[in-house]
Design a protein around this ligand. Structure first.
Ligand code: B12
Length: 472
């Protein structure tokens, strides 16, 4: 059977290439169309003539999906339309849309393979775990399937992207997911929701490819992407298992050695690990305090990590010459201007090299949504349609100090990087107000963040950013 994946952004979705690689093991094939790269999507679908059509969406794609999927189903009504991706973890109600036949909730490898097998053998597919199915106008809600525990069973197939979009071959930055899941229940993150699904089951929330499998995968990718200068592991949490990192670092330094960037919780960085990372050519350690207000981190974000952990991590990372990347969330319930100032000062203390910022997005069906609702930051009927296209541009919350916090947000990169600039404006926000072209300054800060963390030249960073801008 042939499935055609469709998504919006000009990016090789790891989920889609994992699905393509996995179903291939069972004799099925996949193709992919990136809507933003296609002038005539319909003509391409006709040409590919798949057995089924699969959309992959995040919540920010919701409005795009409503439009695109409806149109496609109208023209290809005989083909099953299935939708998966992170949005479906939060919104299985998509099945109620008349043009949606199946919603995949959770990881898709097993459910999709079972579906394709059933279709091929003309078997009934109504009771496949992980799928919500509409058949004869009835909705069948099957329970979520247990995700594959051993990630080495899932070989990613990126050739489906390269065959159709050879421009990906020229990228300097190779992105590879080494793990899935996160043990934390942060109120704003999709992982809290995923962990809820599996609460009473004895499965591992965080799964990681074995070091040897990952190294082999990297070697194969480096053949496909020969211009790679940096490797980025955008896992929710890359460094969580010391045994893994010890084996990985040793193999990586011998067999790959290309500069890399990875994510971690601060308390996993000790002297021994930092040394291993440095020797393996790790350049940047990414970690996520979100705010310097520890009480807010604990009670609003439900992220039980103390400031002291970040401070200790910073000392060790700096000692070993590793750069520090931190994240900060703006305009969240109960945040005050003072919290924002403290967060900037905290980053000075951490000597953050690459400060990342975003506006909180209260996705419906997450815990932060309930918190924002209770705190009157969003109206009762706030829905996915009210979310902005990107978390960089504006806050969807009502908040008493929204204007002032947004003003500091625009300048955040520079305020962290240049403490003397910060000292000048602290408690003198009128100075920031006087500076013209604030939106441009926001973009410039995002550009510098992007360029530095992805280790790109200015031209490459600009091209990359324009690509995402277009996707917006
Ligand atoms: C890499 C990444 C990106 C990439 C690729 C996105 C993608 N969809 O693959 C890019 C750079 C494009 C991206 C962009 C954004 N991202 Co992003 N991103 C991620 C990240 C870090 C990893 C995604 C991933 O590869 N996971 C691993 C794979 C294996 O899992 P998966 O993608 O979920 O796929 C599995 C299932 O969902 C399912 N599945 C997926 N598609 C399909 C299709 C079918 C037919 C079927 C049957 C099954 C199926 O099967 C897959 C394999 O098991 C996640 C964090 C996370 N934990 O997911 C955030 C995440 C997906 N991103 C998020 C956000 C918010 C964004 C942005 C909106 C941020 C912004 N800048 O404003 C932008 C999009 C903006 C825009 N311009 O449109 C949120 C989405 C939340 C939500 N409710 O949807 C996440 C979950 C982060 C978070 N913790 O909240 N992102």
């Amino acid at each position: 059977m042939k499935i055609l994946f469709i998504h919006k952004q000009n990016f090789m979705f790891f989920g889609v290439s994992a699905l393509a690689g996995y179903i291939k093991k069972f004799g099925h094939t996949a193709d992919v169309l990136i809507a933003n790269k296609e002038k005539n999507l319909v003509a391409k679908i006709k040409e590919i003539n798949p057995d089924i059509i699969g959309f992959s969406i995040m919540s920010n794609d919701y409005i795009w999906f409503l439009d695109e999927a409806q149109n496609i189903k109208k023209l290809f009504s005989e083909k099953l339309l299935i939708v998966g991706g992170t949005h479906c973890y939060l919104c299985s109600e998509l099945i109620e849309l008349p043009f949606v036949d199946i919603v995949c909730v959770g990881e898709g490898e097993k459910p999709l393979t079972n579906l394709l097998n059933a279709l091929q053998n003309k078997n009934d597919y109504s009771h496949i775990k992980g799928l919500i199915i509409k058949k004869n106008n009835q909705i069948i809600k099957n329970e979520i399937d247990i995700p594959i525990q051993n990630l080495d069973e899932i070989p990613e197939d990126r050739s489906i992207y390269l065959n159709r979009y050879p421009h990906f071959k020229n990228e300097n930055l190779l992105q590879v997911i080494s793990s899935r899941g996160c043990p934390l229940y942060c109120s704003f993150c999709i992982n809290g929701k995923i962990n809820e699904f599996y609460k009473n089951q004895s499965i591992k929330f965080h799964r990681q490819k074995s070091p040897q499998f990952l190294i082999n995968e990297l070697k194969n990718f480096l053949i496909l992407f020969p211009k790679t200068k940096t490797i980025f592991f955008p896992d929710d949490i890359f460094l969580l298992n010391k045994k893994f990192i010890k084996e990985f670092a040793e193999l990586y330094s011998k067999e790959i050695a290309i500069p890399f960037v990875m994510t971690t919780f601060p308390f996993y960085i000790d002297d021994e690990i930092a040394k291993l990372l440095k020797n393996a050519n790790c350049k940047i350690v990414m970690t996520a305090p979100e705010t310097a207000n520890e009480q807010h981190r604990f009670e609003i974000f439900k992220k039980k990590i103390k400031n002291q952990h970040f401070i200790d991590m910073s000392k060790i990372a700096k000692k070993h010459n590793l750069k520090i990347y931190t994240t900060a969330m703006f305009v969240y319930p109960k945040q005050t201007i003072d919290d924002v100032y403290k967060t900037i000062e905290f980053n000075h203390q951490l000597q953050t090299d690459i400060p990342f910022k975003s506006f909180l997005q209260p996705y419906p069906h997450t815990e932060i949504y309930e918190i924002a609702l209770k705190n009157n930051n969003i109206p009762q009927n706030f829905s996915f349609q009210d979310l902005p296209q990107s978390y960089f541009l504006k806050s969807p919350l009502n908040h008493q100090q929204k204007n002032e916090i947004t003003l500091i947000y625009y300048f955040y990169y520079f305020l962290v990087k240049y403490p003397s600039f910060y000292k000048l404006i602290k408690k003198r926000l009128y100075i920031l107000k006087l500076i013209p072209f604030k939106t441009l300054i926001n973009y410039f800060g995002i550009f510098l963040w992007f360029k530095n963390f992805k280790n790109l030249s200015s031209a490459a960073a600009l091209l990359y950013m324009l690509r995402f801008w277009k996707d917006k």
